[in-house]
Design a protein around this ligand. Structure first.
Ligand code: NAG
Ligand code: NAG
Ligand code: NAG
Ligand code: NAG
Ligand code: NAG
Ligand code: NAG
Ligand code: NAG
Ligand code: NAG
Ligand code: NAG
Ligand code: NAG
Ligand code: CU
Length: 601
């Protein structure tokens, strides 16, 4: 705002008490997305870069600002979209950035302008949401500060911003084809864990402390592209460390050597401050923690990110350094990197999850109302199925086919809302066979939805995995976690309605359940899915069509493919509404995932 404008504002503020709104700004970005050679972990491969950078640029805005991203597809042979993870897209469901759901993928050579409001301060990120483009490196951070004149409910002197990811040397196209092949080819564990897009393969910063074949990284192999992003701090200050995980697969135990952390924010919502010595971060989670730099100033400290929750062999930890000024940035800490918890310390994971409770100022859930999750084979292909159906997406974006009533553009069969009472979640599925579908659930406006996400056994005996589930367009209250099969009678009455945290991503533990609640107050078409990229690719998701009759006019450029290509206006009329049965006000949805790992030839 110019000086003259400020003066005018002061004047007007006296008279009309306006101008507070005038402080909201438009942040415009022009991004070209293309493949480029890069060495995220010192080994050269192709990554998807934005304006020649990996990871992409950080979006920094204030609550209330408008963010406009003019995205140009320079990928050469594939479409493109970007999802703004944690931004609810209130009134702009068509800018959610999900291919086949909220829009058509942007064609090669074309541009598309995302234009949305970031309405709430917090830590977020963005990533590709077409095919497995997130695994190809299409991601970056979003930081939203409080609006002018507002305050965070905690104080700090500086910030550290960390984006966690995992990296494979096999190309994303080989990964995709392998997952969709018969026989199935699993992608395996990542080669490296990256912090701000940087990791080290085949050598380690902490080599001298580690008891394996790790060797130190030589100066020649350590290109600037893989040099750790060292975080320099002043002594005796409080820092807000923002951490977002955009991993494709890895669950992370995050530790800062010698520094306990006070959790204050999860997924853009404030939580009751709680001190922890490590964080369990699943794909799709974001957190802020406060640290105080009051430790021995004569040394630097490790920041480490260990993969957990999957069977070893696991990749070595992602490492970087917390540099206590004025120590040299590259000085190796005097002590070894903090130790990792056991990979299967699920008790620790549950204890961590249960520490996250809402700050008093966070709205409470409505006091009442719900679906289930497993791995299957369909015709010999390995898929994940939700209530026996594995998600596939139609050519025509659902937001268009639902709004315009194009019933032949998608599979409108209402999927099951519950699973048999006799279903034994501890055993491999009795019937591993499933079907494909759009897994579309239709919800009316302003109803309370409870979803019980029930984890089950995969196709091999005694195995169940963690899955972080992410909902678009909403935060939800996390009402509770439990082991075994959810029982309405026993577990239903023990849900936390008092101070459940509001989040957009929540984990389900092996053979366990997680209960969430949200209100359908944001008309749009919102996927709810496992945030593990290969799992989503294998069908682990559903779609919530919410108050479709209330979706306003979809801007030009969103629907340029499939049966909506010629529909620049509401051809079917907005009154046609979605197919499927109307749902009651209190909706109990059980979803269970099952997974099959053998194939019929
Ligand atoms: C978006 O970027 C393209 C390519 O740089 C440019 O041609 C176009 O004018 C831009 N559109 C807007 C609205 O900024
Ligand atoms: C962005 O959205 C705002 C509010 O909906 C609208 O006024 C503006 O014209 C849009 N701008 C662009 C470039 O689409
Ligand atoms: C890993 O290190 C070993 C020896 O230190 C070397 O022979 C090998 O080529 C390296 N591998 C890669 C992928 O850099
Ligand atoms: C390294 O680990 C092996 C087996 O895990 C153990 O036998 C050996 O004593 C360890 N060495 C050191 C130096 O800790
Ligand atoms: C930090 O605090 C400690 C303990 O109060 C003090 O000894 C030290 O001088 C302080 N360091 C700086 C740089 O202020
Ligand atoms: C961190 O917290 C643990 C207890 O949770 C405590 O034992 C330890 O001393 C604390 N460490 C520091 C550096 O404050
Ligand atoms: C899934 O299929 C099994 C076997 O056919 C059947 O018993 C079960 O009822 C189905 N579950 C749902 C939710 O449809
Ligand atoms: C699953 O499909 C296979 C191959 O079509 C069939 O042989 C088998 O009987 C099916 N299993 C069940 C439980 O329906
Ligand atoms: C939503 O429903 C609640 C009660 O079910 C009602 O009090 C409220 O007015 C409704 N809100 C809107 C915007 O319809
Ligand atoms: C699965 O677990 C049960 C109970 O813990 C045990 O009795 C059984 O042997 C296990 N089966 C396999 C294949 O590990
Ligand atoms: Cu999953």
């Amino acid at each position: 705002m110019g000086k003259a404008m400020m003066m005018l504002c002061f004047l007007l503020a006296f008279i009309f008490q306006i101008c507070i709104l005038a402080s909201a700004e438009v942040k415009h970005y022009d991004w070209d997305v293309e493949y480029m050679y890069w060495k995220p972990d010192c080994v050269e491969h192709l990554v998807m870069g934005i304006n020649g950078k990996f990871p992409g640029p950080t979006i920094r805005a204030k609550a209330g600002d408008t963010v406009q991203v003019n995205l140009t597809n320079k990928l050469g042979t594939e479409g493109l979209v970007i999802h703004w993870h944690g931004i609810r897209q209130i009134n702009t469901p068509w800018f959610d950035g999900t291919a086949s759901i909220s829009q058509c993928a942007i064609d090669v050579g074309e541009s598309f302008v995302y234009n949305f409001t970031v309405d709430r301060a917090g830590t977020y990120f963005y990533h590709g949401h077409f095919g497995m483009q997130r695994s190809a490196g299409l991601y970056g951070s979003i930081v939203v500060d409080v609006a002018d004149g507002e305050k965070e409910p905690f104080a700090y002197d500086g910030e550290v911003n960390l984006l966690l990811s995992d990296w494979w040397h096999e190309s994303v196209h080989e990964q995709e084809v392998g997952l969709s092949s018969k026989p199935f080819r699993w992608i395996g564990e990542p080669q490296s864990i990256l912090i701000n897009g940087k990791g080290q393969y085949n050598c380690s910063l902490g080599a001298k402390f580690l008891n394996d074949s790790a060797r130190s990284c030589s100066d020649t192999e350590m290109s600037p592209q893989c040099q750790p992003d060292i975080q320099s701090v002043d002594q005796n200050k409080t820092y807000r460390v923002r951490i977002a995980s955009t991993t494709s697969l890895a669950s992370i135990s995050f530790v800062i050597g010698n520094h306990n952390m006070t959790l204050v924010e999860a997924d853009g919502n404030y939580i009751q401050p709680v001190s922890v010595d490590s964080l369990n971060i699943y794909s799709g989670d974001t957190y802020s923690v406060l640290i105080t730099t009051n430790q021995d100033p004569s040394t630097n400290y490790w920041i480490s990110a260990y993969q957990i929750a999957r069977k070893p062999p696991l990749p070595p930890p992602g490492l970087t350094i917390l540099n206590y000024k004025p120590n040299p940035v590259s000085d190796t800490p005097l002590s070894p990197p903090p130790t990792s918890p056991e990979w299967n310390d699920f008790a620790g994971g549950k204890s961590f999850a249960n520490k996250i409770l809402a700050l008093k100022s966070i709205p409470k859930p409505p006091t009442k109302s719900d679906r289930l999750n497993t791995q299957n084979t369909i015709n010999g292909y390995v898929k994940w199925a939700i209530n026996n159906v594995s998600l596939v997406l139609p050519t025509t974006p659902l937001i268009g086919s639902l709004k315009f009533g194009l019933k032949n553009a998608f599979d409108g069969k209402s999927p099951a809302e519950d699973f048999p009472a006799t279903y034994d979640i501890m055993k491999p599925p009795v019937n591993p066979n499933s079907t494909y579908g759009n897994n579309l659930y239709n919800f009316d406006y302003n109803i309370t939805i409870d979803v019980i996400i029930q984890n089950a056994n995969i196709l091999s005996a005694n195995v169940s995995e963690v899955h972080p589930w992410h909902l678009h367009g909403h935060d939800f209250w996390v009402l509770g976690y439990g082991d075994g099969k959810f029982s309405e009678e026993n577990d239903g009455k023990n849900l936390n309605l008092d101070n459940p945290p509001l989040r957009n991503t929540v984990v389900i533990f092996p053979h366990g359940w997680t209960a969430i609640r949200f209100v359908t107050d944001n008309p749009g078409v919102w996927p709810f899915h496992c945030h593990i990229e290969p799992h989503l690719h294998m069908g682990m998701g559903v779609v919530f069509a919410e108050a479709v009759d209330k979706i306003k006019t979809i801007p030009d450029g969103v629907l340029t493919c499939g049966l909506t290509a010629k529909n620049s206006g509401p051809v079917g009329g907005s009154s046609s509404g979605p197919p499927g049965a109307a749902v009651p006000t209190h909706y109990l949805l059980f979803i269970y995932a099952f997974y099959v790992i053998y194939s019929f030839i």
